[in-house]
Design a protein around this ligand. Structure first.
Ligand SMILES: *Cc1c(COP(=O)(O)O)cnc(C)c1O
Length: 429
């Protein structure tokens, strides 16, 4: 549709890779058209294989807090690679990484590294089940926790976008242990707990939802969730795979002042390399093998390249706490620009934003949960997406995703984005 080489590559890719991509949303299926193949990234920008440059707001779906390839990250990786790509034996860097995370996020007393967000959430639920001896757990409609079977029930992100929130291949047995509550609705949680008295191991939640678009929690809701879990001896898991080190150095839990029992990380923690982690209370984490009986393992977990990337990013965060103010300033500038545009066009679409995570929904009713999120006019989003792309702005090719601002976005980038936003809306409305 746009560009020759991308199109050729996509046709070739479809012969060998299901749908031509290694993760569904990349395929542009919900917005139409063909995906763009990327050649390289630098700072706030990406260059595709046909020579077009874009201002990137996907940020590899979250990891690039500092834009593409910041110097400190590149030099850390170059140094690490001199010492081999992997050992399968402990390294000093793993100790430094674990210690640094416990410093940045006070609820983390112990942590284990894995290779993706999916592995982190899957392991956290296993640990919660092993620790409590119970099998059921509560998740919220529209929240995404990776693609383990028992999470793919009314899941967000690509599953929601592609209309398969509940995937074939998930057994009835698996589905039966997953209880669904409504985001921002404490009564829906209470009802489930009453109906399943003493059977619930865990509640898992995105403490700021980013996979049904951005949905901001009510602080009171999170606080009540914490209280109920403590009273009922249910493990509270904050899935901060997206929000960890994104919304503040201590994640959403720092912003809302709530201490979960376990937390999962991914995305920024690997700075673009495949990394995840889960951690929390020491008495729970010590149940994991080899200190305890709950099995969890990984051939490449704590991989030295991944650790050097993650450690350099988290060290940068520790040494430059001012970045979160910069991100807030940049993001609010962008938000205000978007709001001004809408005013000029007599529209009042919902803009949900917290720090450098934001999302515009094509609905004028508040978006506070799954049911209100899916009221967004996704066909309008598709048109908007393509208009923005034409103007060199690369957004997520799906409505139910976040837009990420990085420290690399310049005021010139943002002015260009605001202008493109106005022109795009004007064209499609
Ligand atoms: C991205 C994401 C995951 C899954 O992480 P992967 O690395 O894609 O497996 C889990 N939970 C949340 C909240 C996420 O945003």
């Amino acid at each position: 549709m746009y560009i020759k080489k991308s199109e050729e590559l996509f046709n070739e890719a479809k012969k060998y890779i299901p749908g031509g991509v290694n993760s569904p949303v990349r395929a542009f299926k919900s917005v139409g058209g063909n995906p763009i193949f990327i050649a390289k990234g630098y700072g706030s920008k990406m260059l595709d294989v046909d020579g077009n440059e874009y201002i990137d707001y996907i940020s590899s779906w979250g990891p690039h807090l500092f834009g593409h390839n910041p110097d400190f990250l590149k030099s850390a990786l170059l140094e690490a690679i001199e010492a081999s790509t992997s050992f399968g034996a402990p390294t000093e860097l793993e100790v430094k990484m674990a210690k640094l995370i416990t410093e940045l996020v006070p609820s983390i007393e112990m942590i284990r590294m894995v290779n993706s967000g999916t592995e982190a959430t899957m392991s956290a639920v296993r640990v919660a089940r092993g620790y409590t001896g119970k099998e059921k757990f509560i998740k919220f409609e529209g929240c995404y926790h990776g693609h383990a079977d028992y999470f793919l029930i009314k899941a967000g992100s690509g599953a929601l976008t592609l209309g398969v929130p509940t995937s074939p291949g998930v057994t009835k047995g698996n589905a039966a242990d997953t209880l669904l509550a409504d985001y921002n609705n404490i009564n829906s949680v209470k009802e489930l707990i009453i109906k399943n008295k003493n059977e619930i191991a865990a509640v898992i939640i995105e403490p700021i939802a980013g996979n049904m678009g951005v949905v901001i929690p009510d602080k009171e809701f999170l606080q009540q969730l914490r209280n109920i879990c403590s009273e009922e001896k249910i493990i509270l898991i904050f899935d901060e795979v997206m929000t960890g080190f994104r919304v503040s150095k201590g994640g959403a839990q720092e912003i809302f002042g709530i201490k979960p029992d376990l937390t999962t990380f991914g995305k920024i923690i690997g700075a673009g390399l495949p990394v995840g982690a889960f951690g929390g209370r020491k008495d729970i984490m010590e149940m994991i093998a080899p200190s305890g009986p709950i099995y969890q393992a990984g051939t490449l977990s704590g991989n030295p390249l991944a650790m050097s990337a993650g450690y350099s990013a988290l060290s940068y965060i520790k040494n430059h706490p001012e970045i979160y103010n910069q991100l807030e300033e940049k993001s609010s500038y962008l938000e205000n620009g978007f709001r001004e545009n809408m005013k000029k066009l007599n529209k009042n679409f919902v803009m949900n934003r917290i720090g450098s995570m934001m999302c515009m929904f094509f609905t004028e009713q508040p978006v506070v949960d799954y049911k209100s999120a899916v009221k967004s006019d996704t066909s309008l989003y598709s048109k908007y997406f393509h208009e923005m792309l034409k103007r060199g702005i690369y957004l997520a090719p799906a409505q139910f995703e976040a837009m990420f601002v990085s420290t690399a976005h310049s005021s010139e980038d943002m002015d260009k984005t605001i202008k493109a936003h106005y022109e795009s809306l004007k064209t499609i409305l």
